[in-house]
Design a protein around this ligand. Sequence first.
Ligand SMILES: NC(=O)c1ccc[n+]([C@@H]2O[C@H](COP(=O)([O-])OP(=O)(O)OC[C@H]3O[C@@H](n4cnc5c(N)ncnc54)[C@H](OP(=O)(O)O)[C@@H]3O)[C@@H](O)[C@H]2O)c1
Length: 244
Amino acid sequence: MKRILVIGGTSAMIRESLRMFAKEGSKIYITGRTENKLTSIADELKVLGADVKEECIDLDLSDEHLNFIKRAAEYLEKIDIAILAHGINIPQAEADSNIESGRKMIQTNFVSYVSLLTLIANQMIEQGSGKIAAIVSVAGDRGRQSNFLYGATKAALDTYLSGLRNKLHKYGIKVISIKPGYVDTPMTASFPHNPLFTSAKEAGELIFKAISVEKDIVYIPWFWRWILTIIKIIPEQIFKRMRL
Ligand SMILES: NC(=O)c1ccc[n+]([C@@H]2O[C@H](COP(=O)([O-])OP(=O)(O)OC[C@H]3O[C@@H](n4cnc5c(N)ncnc54)[C@H](OP(=O)(O)O)[C@@H]3O)[C@@H](O)[C@H]2O)c1
């Protein structure tokens, strides 16, 4: 039986992954900010076979993290897998005109992750094992005018995860960076959709597989690795003139 801590458990993208873990009979401590969404997901996971405890928490409140992780570790007894999926995407134009909304995005997408990952890593070192999977984004691979603050929060998280993976390797703890491209979820509901979009269900299945096979860095779906490889080699002299 896998013992799983899910942070940002109301994310549409990981819902299918959670269903798959539930069908395996996992024990799940799931958190979310919106109570009715959280209850509905927890109820579904219970029906599918999981042993579930839910907790409503606003992750921007970093002072609550220590006690929250303690409660989760106590319930699960041991955290085999920690999945971190919460995040917000404030449009760049709004971040440009309202510093406070940009600051909030940095808090949610990066500062809260550092706090939570530090506590989870310490817990896993004490246990002597564990697996951490955090959702980053292809937007963090290169800054673009359309979403560079969002991308910067994900780039910062990506670098943090790389260092954490390097640190935790000697303890046998895996750190998996999950990098989705466009996924059809509430976060992207207002974006013009194009053929590169993946459904939330498919993304969730791929995230489940990525956690099971323990790769270090996974693009969701795989073709984004090659798209980003091309985007990253475009010389800055050309890139700065492009409308991306
Ligand atoms: N969709 C994409 O194309 C895409 C691409 C690459 C990466 N990502 C990343 O994938 C992750 C999941 O996003 P998604 O696409 O599944 O969108 P989503 O369904 O909107 O999920 C975002 C989740 O984050 C939670 N959240 C936001 N702020 C929070 C806070 N302060 N405290 C607690 N929970 C908070 C939201 O909770 P509420 O339900 O309460 O609002 C929601 O469950 C995010 O990290 C996102 O940046 C998404």
